[in-house]
Ligand binder design. Sequence first.
Ligand SMILES: Cc1cc2nc3c(=O)[nH]c(=O)nc-3n(C[C@H](O)[C@H](O)[C@H](O)COP(=O)(O)OP(=O)(O)OC[C@H]3O[C@@H](n4cnc5c(N)ncnc54)[C@H](O)[C@@H]3O)c2cc1C
Length: 439
Amino acid sequence: MESIWQNTELPHFPPLWGDIHTDVLIIGGGMAGLCCAHTLQQAGVSCVVAEGGRLAGGTTGNTTAKITAQHGLCYDKLLRRFGTEGAQTYLQANLSAISEFASLAEEIDCDFTRADHTVYARSGMQLLETELAALEKLGYSAVFREKLPLPFPTAGGICFPDQAQFHPLKFLAGLTADLTIYENTPVLQLEPHLAITEKGKIHFSRAIVATHFPLLNKHGLYFLKLYQQRSYAVSLEGLPPLDGMYLEENGLSLRQSGSALILGGGGHRTGKRGGGYPALEAAVQRYFPDGTITNRWAAQDCMTLDGLPYVGQYSKHTPWLYVATGFQKWGMTNSMVAAQLLTALVLDKPHPCKDLLSPRRPMLRPQLAVNGWESAVNLLAPGLHRCTHMGCRLNWNPQEHSWDCPCHGSRFSRSGQVLNNPAVKPLPAFRRREPRDKK
Ligand SMILES: Cc1cc2nc3c(=O)[nH]c(=O)nc-3n(C[C@H](O)[C@H](O)[C@H](O)COP(=O)(O)OP(=O)(O)OC[C@H]3O[C@@H](n4cnc5c(N)ncnc54)[C@H](O)[C@@H]3O)c2cc1C
């Protein structure tokens, strides 16, 4: 089933036919790619977007579209990993991104509304207290709220006032107005200053990879530095409106959109077992028995090793190439931050996040061992169905009837078509046998 946003018709753009030249090529037309294109264009840089399918057909079309700088209980972790300056820089960049969305929404009709965002705990105050102390150190006035308007008991929550929410596709439809975009134009091959598509070549000075999972394996070690996490959402009608947006770390996410309540959760590493729709449906039955589910959808996002996105030069050996990825389910504000940072890099200007978000920062983190282990085990494991990205064994996903890769998160339909990158090639025909669904 489609997400609640996908009944909004985005403008259509033709595929590329022939050869063109541009200053900056942006590969991928999701939130990251289109924010980059808009920001570059505003700065006077000529750019084009090449989108492999339809605009916002990837994770962006399946987001919950909260615009907040409160990315779970992240600030205590960031403070310990990157010091006060690093954590403050991230916080400020994401708060500024909210203001940028607010200012753009004055011109774009996208259901933008201001709302508080609260991270709550079901029980136990310790994590909340530690996070509050970290925020105090960073000079940010978060508010502790003891009583929350949620249909289950909580120990309270940390509230970031005056955050925002919107309709992501209406926003992107507005953003595309003055952009040069080619849809159904996947970049098949990327070389220095040249991208090859099915029916044309794009000559560029620099390119930005905004393809969700980066498309080049040869550089940057993204296959070790990223994994994907799948999440589920449902929208419910027939309930009283919920004031504000809410999130429990590894638990339920809630926000209102018009008359619908959007409930998210059930997340797990792609290719592994996890809560999925059953966890969400159980929560609906228990806490929202009067609600009727109108839509249900699932999507995935790229997770990094240290809790910060990778935005900047793609790798040491590719000075002509940039990347924006690893948003860790916080890709609304982070796409805007990425757009501002990459525009500064293209213009050779300074930006406070340049070193902090650099994909070339030190990567020796425990998650690196987890990713390496997962890849080694699944590369060596026997099995007929193998991912066309790097050859890992695929696992059957009985809920979504797909073959999913636990290493890097590629997904294939029952008939072998690619549903999610980094894989680009379908499964070979002889491996497309219909599996029996096991629960
Ligand atoms: C269930 C869920 C809920 C979320 N909720 C929130 C939220 O409330 N707030 C928040 O801030 N973030 C949220 N996120 C995260 C956010 O939605 C994502 O981080 C963001 O949408 C990613 O945007 P993107 O542009 O990087 O990727 P995408 O939207 O996936 O765009 C990538 C595009 O690149 C194209 N592409 C791929 N390969 C090629 C190629 N070779 N050539 C050309 N084009 C190509 C694809 O077709 C696609 O359109 C959520 C994520 C999930 C999964």
